[in-house]
Design a protein around this ligand. Structure first.
Ligand SMILES: NC(=O)C1=CN([C@@H]2O[C@H](COP(=O)(O)OP(=O)(O)OC[C@H]3O[C@@H](n4cnc5c(N)ncnc54)[C@H](OP(=O)(O)O)[C@@H]3O)[C@@H](O)[C@H]2O)C=CC1
Ligand SMILES: Nc1c(N[C@@H]2O[C@H](COP(=O)(O)O)[C@@H](O)[C@H]2O)[nH]c(=O)[nH]c1=O
Length: 385
């Protein structure tokens, strides 16, 4: 196969896809299994990726997946599972099946191409190209090392699995999660601005785990003035988590010198790009400015934590890839809504979302609350509704 004329930055299908390749029933089953395994991961700066290794006769040898930024990639995970005991085995006839092109770069972990070569695996089948430029090109490296590489198996399914991640990469911005802690009637604070707490301890702890995973959190100046939040990631005993997001406040007002958000938080998730300063005031009302600035600072996963105006600003510009809604069994009737105006005047223009069925499923019970996870509906399902 000639890999020479492929464009890594492109999101169009490669000329070499499933129609020009032959895949065995075992490889198809392997890719279906890898796609299911991928769904056990968590969304964020890295895509969901799953992998399987099958023997020449189609026997499954191992299944693995990526558990989120900073953890081993799916290829390394599946190889570790197979060879973790230290037993050397001949894998030259085996096939590694993976939902995304093996990476060729050293990011938070080492290159998967090297792990595959070190394991002596003779064949690789992957579904879709990795559009993330520093990581791309793995197929060529493997091919040039004499590995039999084929691509395109269940490509549409693999693209769909990470479709918002692909959008974020294409737009050269972080993957963006918006997090709402609201009453059943969609309020995030009472009429007088009080909001602590609407959601349960279990929900808030889950939220702290989310904070520890993201690279940055954004709130508006309104939230800082109303709540004086710390915006740190904390363990159940109140101690600071080892990894902390950059805390970002968006708006024109100055943040008071004694604001809690200025306090020392610990180790930022991306220290090499931020130094010791993990608080950032961005004097703008435009979410695109925030996204651009944070992308330049190396933020791969951004979380919007409110309030109402900030939530609406990001949603109105299509700058939310994932919605996490903690829904408390509480009614306020009046108060601050989860979102201000999105500029939607008629039902036909409603934003459509769909439930996201990854690890925990779209609905989780957290104490008395529900946690709902959603992603923007596919363009095709919006057109047909
Ligand atoms: N339950 C929950 O999950 C949460 C609840 N809350 C609650 O929400 C309330 C605060 O909400 P809200 O007042 O909407 O505050 P926001 O945090 O949304 O901040 C709004 C302020 O940010 C600035 N700003 C920045 N960008 C924009 C923009 N695109 N459009 C408009 N304003 C912008 C403006 O101030 P400036 O003049 O400085 O530019 C504006 O007044 C509080 O009562 C808080 O308790 C807050 C977060 C989470
Ligand atoms: N009210 C409310 C939340 N509010 C969010 O938590 C912030 C306070 O953060 P911190 O000072 O770090 O504890 C606050 O400003 C707002 O962003 N979160 C929730 O999980 N549930 C809730 O009911």
């Amino acid at each position: 196969m000639n890999f020479g004329n492929l464009n890594h930055g492109s999101f169009t299908h490669d000329p070499y896809n499933s129609e020009s390749e032959h895949f065995t029933a075992a490889e198809i089953l392997g890719m279906e299994t890898a796609l299911s395994a991928a769904r056990q991961g968590v969304r964020g700066s890295n895509p969901l990726v799953g992998a399987a290794i099958i023997d020449a006769d189609g026997t499954f040898l191992a299944i693995g997946y990526h558990r989120g930024a900073g953890t081993p990639h799916a290829e390394a995970d599946v190889i570790n599972r197979l060879l973790g005991t230290g037993v050397k085995r001949d894998l030259s006839a085996a096939t590694l099946i993976v939902t995304l092109e093996p990476c060729s770069h050293t990011g938070r972990t080492g290159p998967c191409t090297q792990a595959i070569l070190d394991a002596g695996i003779g064949n690789v089948v992957f579904a879709v190209r990795d559009p993330h430029l520093p990581a791309a090109g793995g197929a060529e490296i493997l091919h040039n090392e004499g590995i039999n590489v084929r691509m395109g198996l269940l490509a549409a399914e693999a693209e769909d699995l990470n479709r918002q991640w692909f959008v974020a990469v294409r737009e050269q911005r972080p993957f963006i999660t918006a997090r709402l802690a609201q009453t059943v009637d969609g309020r995030i604070a009472a009429v007088d601005g009080t909001s602590q707490w609407i959601t349960s301890e279990e929900s808030r702890q889950d939220s702290h785990e989310l904070r520890a995973r993201v690279d940055a959190i954004v709130v508006g100046t309104g939230t800082v003035m109303a709540d004086n939040p710390r915006l740190t990631a904390r363990a159940a005993d109140g101690s600071d988590a080892a990894q902390q997001p950059i805390r970002v406040v968006m708006g024109l007002r100055e943040i008071p010198q004694d604001a809690a958000v200025r306090g020392v938080a610990g180790t930022p998730n991306i220290p090499e790009r931020l130094g010791q300063d993990d608080f950032l005031a961005l004097h703008t009302h435009d979410p695109a400015d925030v996204v651009r600035e944070l992308h330049q600072r190396g933020v791969g996963h951004l979380m919007i934590e409110g309030g109402a105006k900030i939530n609406a600003a990001f949603l109105a510009q299509g700058l939310v890839d994932e919605l996490v809604v903690y829904l408390a069994p509480m009614l306020l009737g009046a108060g601050i809504p989860a979102l201000t105006d999105l500029g939607i005047g008629t039902l036909a223009d409603a934003q459509r979302w769909e439930w996201d069925a990854t690890t925990t499923g779209p609905v989780e019970l957290l104490g008395p609350d529900l946690k709902l996870t959603l992603m923007p509906a596919k363009a095709s399902s919006v057109e047909s509704s």
